[in-house]
Design a protein around this ligand. Structure first.
Ligand SMILES: N[C@@H](CCC(=O)N[C@@H](CS)C(=O)NCC(=O)O)C(=O)O
Length: 212
């Protein structure tokens, strides 16, 4: 059984919940609350598990691992079916680049500790923080919309969801939390709607796993 140190609203955790469900793997979650009044990620107990004090952390066969993209690579190598990546090498590269646009270029700039730092160290007010957040989402999504329009398949790189959707859907969820206008991204929203028809995605959505 895989253990996931999880927070319902964390998009990096949301990636892994989707991925585990798509691969049909059972996992158990333990909450690490990132709520500003709790900040459980900063506790000594959690720091001993993940020195970076972020979620997700996973425990697989008694071994503790971090970084959602590395865990996704491990999953794909260890459980190749259903595949997260298309078979054509160029399409695989495109799917990875799509996912990296979210994971490397959008998400790190908008992580909660980055936003907190803007407020605490630079005195940014909420509007400035929201503008910052929107800037990196819009720049990334503008590019992703162009890439996603190059195909007309149900999902970004074929008829099945994979790495691209695992990264995209949580980032769209996050963008909505910040009231980002998504009307310029009809292809991304179509892909999202197609994903959310699937039980694997429905079981992973934050509201489905939010503790009472
Ligand atoms: N690159 C990491 C990012 C992990 C990350 O930034 N997680 C966020 C939640 S989505 C977090 O733990 N934030 C809490 C904090 O930075 O204090 C991954 O993909 O696992």
């Amino acid at each position: 059984m895989i253990k996931l140190y999880d927070y319902w609203r964390s998009s990096a955790c949301y990636r892994l919940r989707i991925a585990f469900h798509l691969k049909g793997l059972a996992f158990e979650s333990e909450e690490v609350s990132l709520h500003p009044d709790v900040l459980a990620q900063n506790s000594d107990a959690y720091r001993a598990i993940n020195p970076q004090q972020r979620v997700p952390t996973v425990v697989i066969d008694g071994q503790t691992h971090t970084q959602s993209m590395a865990v996704l690579d491990w999953l794909e190598e260890t459980y190749p079916a259903p595949a997260f990546l298309p078979s054509d090498p160029h399409m695989r590269l495109r799917a990875r680049a799509f996912a990296d646009t979210v994971a490397c270029d959008i998400h790190p700039l908008n992580n909660s500790s980055v936003l907190k730092y803007l407020k605490e160290e630079f005195g940014a007010d909420q509007k400035t923080v929201t503008d910052w957040y929107a800037t990196w989402v819009v720049r990334g999504f503008d590019a992703l919309e162009v890439h996603a329009r190059k195909t007309d398949t149900r999902f970004a790189f074929g008829d099945f969801p994979g790495l691209a959707e695992i990264c995209l859907i949580p980032q769209i969820y996050n963008a909505r939390r910040f009231d980002i206008n998504l009307t310029d991204y009809p292809r991304l929203l179509d892909i999202e709607a197609n994903c959310l028809e699937l039980t694997e995605f429905q079981k992973a959505v934050p509201e489905a796993v939010k503790p009472d």
